[in-house]
Design a protein around this ligand. Structure first.
Ligand code: SF4
Length: 311
């Protein structure tokens, strides 16, 4: 369905030179699949979203939807942004019907009502956005994206600004929509709880690269990349009261001074000379589970490392 094929993106710098924000990203999303891209600020998630939306083009590689190359925005990709983008002078119904009516669909209101019902806002269809709660507005955004009947729904941190109860409702809604409409969903987030809650597969990003990919149960039960292990290890657990919270030491490197080899090397407790000199490619850990780490080259990570770091 959606294929990201060896995509690299750079931006020119005011000081001269170019900053590489995405490096060799490859990812596939199948029909009716719910995939999360997990990464912290600065990992390249937003640039990837802009490429998927067609707002910008890659310098190398290409993106395909149903074998057609993506170039430019199109209704075949429904995007739900973190910030609400509702017309304040339109009601919920008018906002949701806007997309189909621009496409000159004679049944625009009927289509809009179908999705408004699906998201549970039929009682509020004549309300203006400023009369709705944050969760309702975000649900309206999902209906807007779906009303154009996209082949894939791309959601960029749509629950970040919401409280946990509303967040859970939105996640349930997205899962329900996936079942009812068969739409594939690509969910971009920094929130491990969200990933565990909803997705089938997860791609972990660091410094503009996918560093680990696998199904969500495998990634949570058997993470292989030291960065993924660090992220999972930093989740506070019940019973940890009074204990020091775990964190990944150091910071994301400045793009101007990117390490030559593995980009996680300055923060990695397992770094070796080889890691400093050469950037690893992907190694397969098991069917559908890949990791960009030299320790996986000989299966070392799966045995020694996991036991060592599995405290
Ligand atoms: Fe750590 Fe080396 Fe693996 Fe990079 S390649 S994550 S530095 S062990």
């Amino acid at each position: 369905m959606l294929r990201i094929d060896k995509v690299t993106k750079e931006f020119p710098q005011s000081s001269g030179g170019r900053k590489r924000v995405l490096e060799d990203i490859s990812l596939k999303i199948e029909d009716n699949e719910f995939v999360c891209i997990l990464g912290k600020s600065g990992c390249g998630k937003s640039t990837l979203l802009n490429l998927l939306a067609g707002y910008t083009v890659p310098d190398y590689g290409a993106l395909y939807l149903d074998r057609n190359m993506i170039h430019g925005p199109s209704a075949d990709r429904g995007i739900v942004f973190q910030e609400y983008a509702l017309y304040p002078w339109y009601t919920v119904l008018q906002n949701v019907a806007f997309g189909p009516s621009v496409r000159k669909d004679p049944n625009a209101e009927e289509i809009a009502m179908k999705y408004i019902k699906m998201i549970g806002l039929e009682k509020y269809k004549d309300y203006y956005p400023d009369s709705l709660s944050g969760g309702m507005r975000q649900r309206a955004m999902i209906a807007i994206a779906l009303a154009c009947k996209p082949e894939i729904l791309i959601a960029d941190e749509p629950t970040t600004a919401l409280d946990v109860t509303i967040q859970a409702q939105i996640l349930d809604l997205m899962n329900q929509l996936k079942k009812e409409t068969g739409t594939s969903i690509l969910f971009i987030t920094h929130d491990l709880g969200v990933v565990a809650e909803v997705c089938d597969d997860v791609a972990v990003m660091y410094c503009g690269r996918v560093v680990e990919r696998g199904d969500v149960k495998t990634i949570f039960a058997n993470p292989s990349h030291p960065y993924t292990k660090g992220l999972l290890g930093s989740i506070p657990r019940l019973g940890d009261a009074g204990k020091e919270l775990k964190s990944i030491p150091g910071n994301v490197p400045n793009p101007k001074y990117m390490p030559k080899g593995c980009k996680f090397e300055p923060r990695c407790p397992y770094a070796s000379e080889k890691c400093r000199e050469e950037e690893p490619g992907f190694f397969q850990i098991e069917e559908g589970h890949i990791s960009r780490c030299w320790l996986c080259e000989s299966g070392q990570l799966k045995t020694d490392h996991v036991e060592k770091a599995g405290d």
